[in-house]
Design a protein around this ligand. Structure first.
Ligand SMILES: NC(=O)c1ccc[n+]([C@@H]2O[C@H](COP(=O)([O-])OP(=O)(O)OC[C@H]3O[C@@H](n4cnc5c(N)ncnc54)[C@H](O)[C@@H]3O)[C@@H](O)[C@H]2O)c1
Length: 241
């Protein structure tokens, strides 16, 4: 089978799922790695025969290796979207919970490194081979109060994007997206009230929250277009910094 096959971590919901939908509507295929088995089943059902997946935690090294081997052959991926990520629990600097720190670092950074490594070990060559890493504007501004560990992981992803772009050139372009506030499950419960949300929206230059589709559109460009761009990060934030 020819054509592109995009491995998307955290692809069952939210931004990852929107990217998967756009890849499939181009006529290409996707493999989704997602820890939520029920959401993964629903996503694969919606996407149809152009999609496959594995219900795994990206921070589990053995599971990533086994799942990558399982899809080898016609479905060996040509592109990778490192999208799985968690916000973690809010913690002030004087109240850090070691297990929660490890959990956020593990999913957001260890998971990205393991998925990248597994992808590189098996990938199928493609003229527009590319990796897209999902950072956040929190990677630039440090993150919302209490969510500094999350912000730190997203800042590290900016550095990793530049390092990967250098080391994987000229064969693979590596770029990052830095979304602002996007309406997904992740944002549920982040705002204390409707009034707090309206205040935040009023401060966004484009005066609205982003949609998963807004991010997916940019991801498709970085995956299949952007022929002379690598090591870049694009904000998808309605002008919010
Ligand atoms: N929503 C936003 O406002 C926003 C803003 C900036 C950046 N981001 C980033 O975009 C990415 C996607 O966020 P989203 O808003 O779509 O989140 P979401 O919570 O709606 O979806 C994330 C998906 O990742 C999966 N996932 C979580 N942990 C996993 C793990 N350990 N292994 C495998 N899969 C796992 C979940 O099951 C879910 O399907 C994240 O990296 C997030 O940090 C989101």
């Amino acid at each position: 089978m020819t054509g592109a096959c995009v491995l998307i971590t955290g692809g069952a919901r939210g931004i990852g799922f929107a990217i998967a939908r756009n890849v499939v509507s181009r006529g290409d295929r996707v493999i989704l790695f997602d820890a939520d088995a029920a959401a993964l089943d629903a996503a694969l059902h919606t996407l149809g025969t152009s999609a496959r997946g594995s219900a795994i935690d990206v921070s589990d090294a053995a599971a990533i290796k086994a799942a990558t081997a399982e899809h080898a052959g016609d479905w060996t991926p040509t592109h990778l979207v490192n999208n799985a990520g968690i916000l973690g629990r809010k913690m002030a600097f004087d109240q850090m919970d070691a297990d929660e720190v490890d959990r956020v670092l593990s999913v957001n950074l260890r998971g990205l490194l393991l998925a990248t490594s597994a992808f590189l070990a098996t990938r199928r060559a493609h003229p527009s081979a590319a990796i897209v890493n999902m950072s956040s504007i929190a990677g630039f501004n440090g993150g919302a109060p209490g969510l500094s560990v999350y912000g730190a992981t997203k800042g590290a992803i900016l550095a990793l994007t530049r390092a990967m772009a250098r080391d994987l050139a000229p064969d693979i372009r590596v770029n990052a997206l830095a979304p602002g506030i996007i309406e997904t499950d992740m944002q549920k419960g982040v705002f204390a009230s409707g009034a707090a949300m309206r205040e935040v929206v009023a401060a966004i230059p484009q005066k609205r929250l982003g949609t998963p589709g807004d991010v997916a559109e940019a991801a498709i460009w970085l995956l299949f277009g952007a022929p002379y761009s690598t090591g870049e990060t694009i904000r998808i934030s309605g002008g919010r910094t």
